[in-house]
Design a protein around this ligand. Sequence first.
Ligand SMILES: Cc1cc2nc3c(=O)[nH]c(=O)nc-3n(C[C@H](O)[C@H](O)[C@H](O)COP(=O)(O)OP(=O)(O)OC[C@H]3O[C@@H](n4cnc5c(N)ncnc54)[C@H](O)[C@@H]3O)c2cc1C
Length: 396
Amino acid sequence: MAEIAIIGGGPSGAMCGEQLARAGHQVNIFDEHLAWEKPCGGGLTHKAVEYFPFLLDNPHPKKLVRSIDLISSTEQHAALELSHPIVIYSRAVLNGMLLERAKAAGCNVQRSHIIGVDTASAKPRYCVEGEWKAADFLVLAAGARNQLLPETRALQRDELEMTQGYFVPQTADSITIKFLQHFEGYIWSFPRSDHLSVGICGSMSAHTSSELRGHLNTFVEKHKICTEGAKFYSHVLPSPQERTLCDRNVLGKNWALIGDAAAWVDPLTGEGLFYAMRSGELLGRSLAEGCPEKYTAWVKAAFSAELEFASRIVRRFYRGSFLGTAVTTRMVQFLRRSPVFRQLVGDLFSGTQDYTSLKRRLWGHLGITLSEFVSSVLNLDRPASTRVPRSSSAAD
Ligand SMILES: Cc1cc2nc3c(=O)[nH]c(=O)nc-3n(C[C@H](O)[C@H](O)[C@H](O)COP(=O)(O)OP(=O)(O)OC[C@H]3O[C@@H](n4cnc5c(N)ncnc54)[C@H](O)[C@@H]3O)c2cc1C
């Protein structure tokens, strides 16, 4: 039975701890806040709920949302109906539930701030409450702001997004996503069971925090969202580039990074909860098998191709144009006109359609203009063998 120390009890750390404790290891999880309201939308897509059914099947408060209002920078709206709901949690509730599962599996969960780690000797060490302790393996699950990075580099500005937002004591039934002109990111409003999480994310290398604050304040005023007395938050979000996913070291001989610390986040949407939980689970399983080296191969097989794909198209999506108009505006226009396109984008949003298998769906089902549009955003070549039906039009 190996002794494993996990630094960070968010979704990635808690999920990893649960796997390891179930396999009979002695696991200590350290978190400076435990179950807290971490700045987040709190939205879980269908792929997360399908893979971890307990996320839906539990008595904890959550909101199931089936519609999204997409707004272009030119204020055109398109409504998306989702075939599978997005499940939205308060992070205090989600983190609390995951930590309870880890405890029930046998983890020792302790509220402590870890101030240093040392992986140079055979047994890795960590400094807790002024004392250095040793473990057999160190799991670094301390999130995107984390400075505890032995033998790997910190994320750079162009690998991070800034986020700002409010928890507003008000409710709604649909998600709102607003795109902005010449802006790499978006504004969101996610309704939870008893409040809204309204926020903005934008590339840290392309935008300033005052720019973000200005856009967010304009949005809340326009949408009559009262932020008086609402709690303001700001945080960072990994936005991996191809080089982050391919070259950054996330595994050493006696340590590994998971979740945001490893930058496992979709750079296009900012979805990180599923990848945090999945990477925690995969590291837990590889350690339980006594083969930590399997972790990176399993991550690659499970989801890193998706994240790499998103990292290749993110700039074109937010900054590019199609037939002289911003891609995000064109997308909203096409959504208004085409039910088939609405279905496709709805599936992308709810997580039932992944990026990598999108190509197959494109040419058979969408009209020519829409297929050209999606292919240009995704930088796809038209498959030679597939014939596009001549009668199709952008309006389907
Ligand atoms: C504003 C915002 C909105 C988002 N919205 C969504 C969304 O709607 N859907 C989605 O899927 N993803 C979203 N994300 C991403 C998601 O929040 C993260 O991907 C996810 O929380 C990562 O989980 P994690 O366990 O890796 O890290 P975290 O959740 O950040 O957990 C890290 C934990 O480590 C602890 N910690 C840090 N340092 C130390 C230390 N030195 N000692 C002890 N403990 C420490 C912290 O207290 C924290 O609990 C959003 C992110 C942001 C910033």
